[in-house]
Write a protein that binds this ligand. Structure first.
Ligand code: HEC
Ligand code: HEC
Ligand code: HEC
Ligand code: HEC
Length: 190
């Protein structure tokens, strides 16, 4: 029978090497870090939300959005004014320019499911986060699970990502004045 000494069981170098191996793994996988808005959840487009959010009794969020300028934001990039702005900036077709699409559509640079369309403009997920992982009934009915799967509760900061002076037509943004114009509360909630 061999008697192992402490140094033979745990070679001293491993005490240094192990943390060096584990640290990059933790960083690469994001393990141990809280879920943030930047965590990538694929975008499904408004067609992945409307079937459950168009009842009048619960506030018809889809209908309210559909009647807002957010729903027209991609179409707006086809206007003569948009083409002029793009030309002045040395860009081609604004409906194909990443510099414009980033604020006039949802989830630029992210993964998109088959239901996503640029034509949706500023869709639900521009404010509520990519929905592919939370737009299922058992998850949606549970606030904490929805949040854990990427759902965001938007606030003023959310708006300022687009409503700021890097927008070529920016003329100021007053949250208190603008928020009621796009509000879509559920009247059955407090
Ligand atoms: C399968 C049906 C279904 C789909 C699809 C769906 N939802 Fe929901 N959603 C629900 C239900 C049910 C609730 C909970 C409503 C309640 O409590 O009365 C909810 C709640 C919400 C809430 C409030 C959550 C909270 O806890 O604050 C938001 C925001 C929301 N949905 C956004 C979306 C968005 C954006 C999409 C598309 C990406 C979507 N939903 C797709 C069924 C759905
Ligand atoms: C992804 C970018 C984006 C986000 C996020 C965003 N918006 Fe917008 N918003 C736009 C664009 C683009 C338009 C212009 C659409 C058009 O005219 O075609 C617009 C237009 C509007 C309008 C209509 C302007 C008017 O003069 O009537 C209101 C109101 C508005 N947004 C409010 C908000 C609020 C409130 C928030 C945050 C809760 C918000 N927006 C978040 C991009 C965004
Ligand atoms: C930082 C986000 C952002 C970027 C980038 C952006 N837009 Fe917009 N755009 C908005 C918002 C928000 C509005 C609505 C309020 C405003 O004008 O600021 C808007 C409104 C517009 C309007 C309607 C203006 C009106 O008075 O009705 C046009 C046209 C437009 N944008 C064209 C463009 C073009 C072309 C590009 C690319 C060169 C572009 N936008 C890039 C956020 C942006
Ligand atoms: C411009 C940003 C924006 C867009 C686009 C948007 N929402 Fe919202 N949504 C909000 C804000 C802000 C709230 C209020 C959050 C809070 O509770 O403070 C909200 C709340 C909600 C709620 C909770 C209502 C309640 O009273 O419990 C639901 C459900 C919802 N949104 C669904 C949708 C759906 C579905 C779409 C697309 C058809 C959509 N939203 C598009 C900003 C947005």
């Amino acid at each position: 029978m061999t008697e192992y000494t402490r140094n033979q069981r745990i070679p001293r170098w491993s005490l240094l090497i192990l943390p060096l191996l584990i640290f990059p793994l933790v960083v690469l996988t994001g393990a141990g870090f809280p879920e943030t808005a930047s965590a990538d959840h694929a975008y499904v487009g408004v067609d992945g939300c409307k079937m459950c959010h168009r009842s009048e009794a619960k506030g018809n969020q889809f209908g309210k959005w559909e009647g807002s300028l957010h729903a027209k934001a991609f179409e707006t990039l086809g206007s003569d004014q948009a083409k002029q702005i793009a030309t002045d900036k040395g860009l081609g077709n604004p409906q194909e320019a990443a510099e414009c699409l980033t604020c006039h559509t949802s989830g630029q640079g992210s993964e998109h499911a088959a239901t996503w369309k640029a034509e949706d403009g500023v869709g639900c997920e521009s404010c509520h986060g990519g929905g592919a992982d939370y737009n299922k009934f058992p998850i949606m009915r549970d606030h904490d699970q929805s949040v854990a799967n990427g759902m965001l509760t938007p606030d003023e900061e959310t708006c300022l990502k687009c409503h700021n002076d890097t927008s070529p037509t920016f003329s100021g943004f007053d949250f208190e004045e603008m928020a009621p114009k796009i509000a879509h509360p559920d009247p059955t909630k407090g």
